[in-house]
Design a protein around this ligand. Structure first.
Ligand code: ATP
Length: 594
């Protein structure tokens, strides 16, 4: 496909707001793609250079891009900069100058998608001495061989501001439509996606092998599996009943989820976070232990990494564990505050996919490969089999007394359900027994300016949203105006200032108008007193018996001390469906108390 055709599709996508129209356009675009280019087209549409967990970045800062546009069009850098400041979008700036370029367009042939993508990857791979100059040169060549519309999208892609408004769920529906003419294959495609976390790969397999290839998808080393998630229930009785009278119960450690991929022969270990970022460098002691303490040639296992003091027998707070996110002092920290990994699942071992095996079988295999020993870094999560609510309740109380967050009950017969929140795992936390049943994680979609003493920070509060999986949209649920420290206000103001958008982002549904909109990117954990029904917010909005449109809102929301949840991306925010079931749970608990 010519890049100009792709740019034409992007322009069409930008001009529609209905999701169904977007799916139609994208399906047509994907149908037009050849087998060997569909992967790149999907990545490009997602705004990435490869599977997101590969973390490839072009490394082009604004200044560098301005210089490249200047070289490519023959105008002075200062003019480019002034125009960019005026219109606020470097892509449109590039388009404008490419339209009145003083130079002749480079190359006779119109560029193909593949060529453009290859150059972008080359730019990303350029590093070391003299790399800035080389990056500018390659980028300038790319712009010089583009027409104005192509330049718009090449520059936006490089700046990370493509913002076509297509989430993973929408892309999956478009793939379904491409293959079968309707959206019905979405859930089967999603299963494959949950196993490899790579939409480009799913698209390629579908296009080249059809649904046969999709049905035969299996786990592979170094491609992270999207994590299984837990549902909530408020009492031991309800959990046991849901599990069929018998289940495993494990301690719930409040650290950082880590998915470890290990290949002994290649001496290679990679660790992925809950939102599938590669975080290997953060955990040197776990990398070593994966090679020396696991009795298998290769494996993928999941656990919770947490700072643990062997001497006092105490778990450290989540904040201390997460400090590892900072790039500096990891080695010192790994010595002064070593982490333990409490492993709770096995996804793959010695060439075999374990996802389809029963929980008990996976747990037994884990016991065999994880060496016992007080000094070891990797341990299995503590667990029991509960046959009565009393067993579960006692184990829960003990976990709380040991300083843990609660328990996770697991269905003995269930397979590992990647990427979904199902009742085969049910969590019970101490907080369920008081006020709102749990904290919620909200995607920030906008923010407000401060008044009075807060004016100086340029920040007065957040507009928080939950994720509606069905609609692939972010729906607002609350404004958060209290509980911020000065430091947090400064941080939010600078962090959010960088991702402001001109209007409401395409995937945000809101009746509230904040001072500034931002792309859903950051997630914060929020505590509230209760969930109420409200006409102000779009979360779960529906018509009630009186004919009024009414949604859900949080009462007295305040941000919890950790602030940003770095291990979650916007789609990992609490979902509308969860809010609705928490609302029901909240009602039941209250009735129970009366
Ligand atoms: P939370 O804020 O409750 O951790 P979450 O959205 O991060 O929520 P959930 O699926 O709701 O994730 O809860 C499961 C999380 O608990 C896992 O992601 C994992 O990080 C953690 N965890 C700790 N111990 C266990 C365990 N034994 N089994 C499964 N998950 C565990």
């Amino acid at each position: 496909m010519r890049f100009s055709e792709l740019a034409g599709y992007y322009e069409k996508l930008e001009n529609v707001s209905s999701r169904l129209a977007m799916i139609d356009i994208m399906a047509e675009m994907l149908s037009d793609a050849e087998n060997d280019e569909i992967r790149d087209i999907v990545y490009m549409t997602q705004g990435v250079l490869g599977a997101p967990f590969e973390g490839l970045e072009m490394g082009i800062a604004e200044k560098l891009a301005e210089a490249a546009i200047a070289i490519a069009t023959g105008f002075e850098k200062e003019r480019i900069y002034a125009e960019f400041k005026r219109i606020g979008d470097l892509g449109s700036t590039a388009e404008e100058f490419a339209g009145k370029t003083k130079l002749r367009r480079m190359g006779k042939e119109k560029p193909e998608v593949k060529g453009v993508f290859e150059t972008m990857r080359k730019i990303a791979a350029t590093s070391g001495e003299g790399s800035q100059e080389l990056k500018i040169r390659l980028f300038a060549q790319l712009i010089a061989s583009s027409d104005p519309l192509e330049a718009r999208y090449i520059v936006r892609f490089a700046m990370g501001t493509l913002r076509l408004g297509l989430g993973d769920a929408t892309i999956l529906e478009a793939l379904s439509k491409m293959h079968s003419g309707d959206r019905k294959l979405k859930s089967r495609l999603e299963e494959a996606y949950n196993i490899c976390s790579d939409l480009g790969k799913v698209a390629f397999v579908l296009k080249s092998e059809g649904m046969n290839g999709i049905e035969n998808f299996s786990v592979s080393l170094f491609s992270p599996v999207r994590p299984a998630l837990a549902e909530r229930l408020p009492t031991a009785e309800q959990i046991l009943e849901k599990m069929g009278g018998r289940c495993a119960v494990e301690s719930k450690y409040d650290g950082m989820r880590a998915q470890v991929h290990m290949d002994k022969k290649k001496k290679r270990v990679e660790i992925f976070s809950r939102n599938l970022e590669r975080v290997t460098e953060m955990f040197p002691e776990i990398v070593d232990a994966a090679l020396s303490e696991i009795r298998a040639e290769s494996a993928i296992f999941e656990g919770e990494a947490i700072a643990y003091d062997e001497i006092s027998n105490e778990f450290h707070a989540f904040q201390e564990t997460i400090q590892r996110k900072r790039k500096h002092g990891i080695k010192e920290k790994s010595e002064s505050l070593p982490l333990r990994l409490f492993v709770f699942d096995l996804l793959y071992m010695n060439g075999e996919d374990y996802l389809g095996r029963r929980y008990e079988e996976r747990a037994d295999a884990l016991d065999l490969i994880v060496k016992e020993g007080k000094e070891n870094t990797i341990k299995t999560a503590d667990r029991i089999i509960a046959k009565t609510p009393g067993d579960l309740e006692r184990y829960f109380e003990k976990a709380i007394a040991d300083g843990l967050e609660g328990i996770v009950a697991k269905e003995l017969d269930s397979k590992y359900i990647a990427g979904a929140r199902k009742f085969s795992w049910i969590k019970l936390k101490r907080s369920y027994k008081s006020e709102l049943s749990d904290t919620v994680d909200l995607a920030i979609v906008g923010y407000f300016l401060g008044r009075g003493s807060r004016a100086e920070f340029g920040f007065g509060g957040l507009l928080g949203a939950v994720y509606n999986e069905k609609r692939d949209m972010f729906e607002t649920i609350t404004k958060i105006g209290t509980g911020f420290t000065e430091e947090q206000m400064k941080l939010f103001s600078s962090m959010l200032g960088k991702i402001r958008t001109k209007g409401k982002p395409a995937r945000v549904d809101s009746l509230v108008e904040p001072d500034f909109w931002v792309d859903p990117e950051y997630v914060v954990t929020v505590k509230a007193d209760e969930i109420t029904r409200s006409p102000m917010h779009t979360c779960g909005r529906e018509r009630n018996e009186k004919g009024e449109e009414i949604g859900y809102a949080l009462r007295f929301p305040r941000i919890v001390s950790e602030g940003i949840r770095e291990d979650k991306s916007a789609e990992d925010a609490t979902t509308t469906k969860e809010i609705m079931s928490m609302f029901k749970m909240q009602k039941k608990t209250r009735i129970g108390e009366e």
